[in-house]
Design a protein around this ligand. Structure first.
Ligand code: PGA
Length: 252
């Protein structure tokens, strides 16, 4: 059994102005500093406007910083976009790619997501590749097919456990307060690891962290994080309050 370090990742989405972001980040940094050695890695992904301020607020705390998206190109005529090297330049070590809200709101396909993940990896960032089925796909019995084809299409060839994290987020569980059962989560995670074996080989697949996301909160985190193939969480709503996000991390 390969030891995988649990990753507790906060996806702030399009939330927070300067004061909120700094207060949240400082609150988490204080918790981390007073906790000393911890058995997990913590990541926060603020809106792009707050990344620099959050970088200052978490400095020296060990908390990692990530963007919520990156462009597939390094620079150029792409109004409104942010590239991986820009994220790196302001202190990010991670970039989320292919979140279901990006896929829905911006029509991102697996090929686009793979190109973004490759761009992030190319700058030395860890790409957090998000996948997950919709409710209709689940009802139609297509959960494994959908997640399998998203792994095949969204994870770049040559990815490694060091530069890639997978986040399994059933679309119907995001922000709804609903989650699959623990047995269902474990089944999908084990299946995803099997698909990763095909994509990046058994050694890397065994070391790759697979996060669960979708209504993870202080109440359900302990059970979800105890599952054999769940290596952390990607947390939206519950990452916006210091005490809730910290409680999720403490439930490992
Ligand atoms: P949620 O969001 O925790 O609010 O369900 C998770 C996510 O979309 O990453």
């Amino acid at each position: 059994m390969t030891a995988r370090r649990i990753l507790i990742a906060g996806n702030w989405k399009m939330n927070g102005l300067s004061a909120d972001g700094v207060a949240l980040a400082s609150g988490l940094a204080d918790k981390m500093k007073s906790a000393g050695a911890v058995n997990f890695e913590m990541l926060v992904c603020p809106p792009t406007t707050l990344i620099s301020k959050v970088a200052d607020a978490i400095s020296g705390s060990g908390i990692q910083l990530g963007g919520q998206d990156c462009h597939m190109n390094e620079k150029g005529a792409h109004t409104g976009d942010t590239s991986a090297v820009m994220l790196k330049d302001i202190g990010c070590a991670y970039a989320l790619v292919g979140h279901s809200e990006r896929r829905t709101d911006h029509g991102e396909t697996d090929a686009v997501v793979a190109a973004k993940a490759a761009a992030a990896q190319g700058q030395g960032l860890v790409a957090v590749v998000c996948i997950g089925e919709t409710e209709a796909q689940r009802d139609a019995g297509k959960t494994l097919d959908v997640n399998g084809s998203q792994i095949a299409g969204s994870v770049p060839d040559g990815s490694t456990a060091a530069n890639t994290v997978i986040a399994y987020e059933p679309v119907w569980a995001i922000g709804t307060g609903r989650t699959p059962t623990s047995a269902e989560v474990q089944d999908v995670h084990a299946f995803i690891r099997g698909e990763l074996v095909k994509k990046i080989g058994a050694d890397e697949a065994a070391k790759t962290r697979i996060l669960y996301g979708g209504s993870m909160n202080p109440k359900n985190a302990k059970e979800l994080l105890a599952l054999a193939d769940v290596d952390g969480g990607l947390i939206g709503g519950a990452s916006l309050k210091v005490d809730d996000f910290w409680a999720v991390a403490q439930s490992i």
